[in-house]
Design a protein around this ligand. Structure first.
Ligand code: KG4
Ligand code: ZN
Length: 358
């Protein structure tokens, strides 16, 4: 089955052709980083305008690189949410028009479910139940996945997403955008124990994440230690590198610590770590070590599949199309689309515990 995936939820215009949900025939991504970087974050109006300019050539390029004609595809999968409304609408409208013109089936895909499927191409098939940590600029969620397409949210962020925390701290230190890769690079030359930050924990015992307190702790440290943010072109000081390493280390401990604790309780057969922050080498290493302690495999997408792309949307969409799911032409962008659709919520975890404890 050949599926065209379209992704325009944030600041990447992307299209991909995927075979049977596991093989990337072509994948094209136009990043808008250059447009947004001088603002230190994504500007929604500029993003949607750029998607409009790029959607046609990007989809054409995906077909050209795949060396197939549009009518040869079996279906179209498009990100329907969550994301920026103006951006999502470009992809959704284009996909609907294309599905109508080509008379091909269409499905809407949740962007976060797309990230979960980003591990489909380079790893053995996922064994269920799985535990999926999706950490990006917009989301930090831990899902229990009892079977394909069913998700129970175990933990979410109460405030900033993990990637957003990287971006905000980098901005505060004058390091540029997006912050994740820059902080990771500096952290390699810093001491993660130099600044003592405590791992954020919820007072009510919930496994939820929270990163805004950490951001405040970084601000306080900068103020109290008289640290100078990096100004244009300057080499970052050792103190900045130490701060980057200490910040990264606490974010990683929070994400991996929670994942491991939850895994000890729900016995997943596979761990999945996906989303833009999954590019982070320290997060990968800590996840690998946790998986080893748990005795389960951990799957990551390679970096070009960790950040937003359309191949992951096509892979998630393939499963839906194969199950007979179809979107109508009234498919709309849903900015707050939720991924929480375990049929019997309270039962899912309990069943898993009973079934897999033995
Ligand atoms: O998945 P993604 O491309 O977009 C969203 O769906 O949000 O994720 C982008 C986020 C940004 O916040 C970026 O700073 C973060 O992923 N990121 C990283 C790294 N590479 C990208 N965070 C930490 N370490 C990295 N190496
Ligand atoms: Zn994303």
């Amino acid at each position: 089955m050949l599926v065209l995936g379209i992704e325009t939820s944030c600041d990447e215009t992307a299209a991909a052709v995927v075979r049977d949900g596991r093989e990337i025939v072509s994948s094209v991504i136009a990043s808008q980083i250059e447009t947004h970087k001088r603002f230190g974050g994504v500007v929604p109006e500029l993003a949607s305008r750029e998607h409009l300019d790029k959607i046609v050539p990007i989809v054409e390029e995906a077909f050209a690189r795949a060396d197939i004609r549009p009518r040869e595809i079996d279906g179209i999968a498009v990100t329907a949410g969550p994301g920026l409304v103006g951006s999502l609408l470009v992809g959704v409208s284009y996909a609907k028009a294309m599905a109508f013109a080509l008379r091909k089936p269409l499905v809407g895909v949740n962007h976060i479910e797309g990230h979960v499927y980003s591990v489909a191409f380079e790893n053995p098939p996922v064994e269920y139940p799985a535990l999926a940590l999706v950490v990006s600029g917009g989301h930090s969620n831990l899902f229990f996945v009892p079977e394909p397409g069913k998700y129970k949210v175990i933990a979410r962020t109460r405030d900033d997403a993990a990637g957003e925390a990287f971006d905000k701290v980098a901005k505060m230190l004058g390091l540029g955008y997006p912050g994740g890769p820059i902080i990771e690079k500096l952290a390699r030359e810093g001491n993660p124990k130099a600044v003592k930050f405590s791992v954020p924990r919820m007072g009510d015992g919930s496994p939820d994440f929270s990163f805004s307190g950490l951001k405040t702790a970084v601000t306080k440290h900068v103020r109290e230690s008289g640290l100078q943010p990096v100004s244009n072109g300057d080499q970052p000081s050792q103190a900045i590198k130490d701060l980057a390493a200490s910040f990264q280390s606490v974010v990683v401990r929070s994400l991996v610590g929670t994942t491991e604790r939850v895994a000890r309780d729900c016995f997943p057969k596979t761990l999945i770590v996906a989303g833009g922050v999954a590019c982070n080498g320290a997060l990968r290493e800590a996840s690998r070590q946790a998986a080893e302690r748990l005795g389960v495999p951990v799957y990551f997408p390679s970096p070009h599949l960790s950040t937003d792309n359309a191949a992951m949307i096509a892979a998630a969409g393939t499963v839906k199309l194969q199950a007979g799911e179809r979107a109508d032409f009234d498919l709309n962008a849903d900015v707050t689309l939720r991924l929480q659709n375990v049929d019997n919520e309270e039962d899912a975890l309990r069943k898993a515990k009973v079934r897999y404890r033995l």
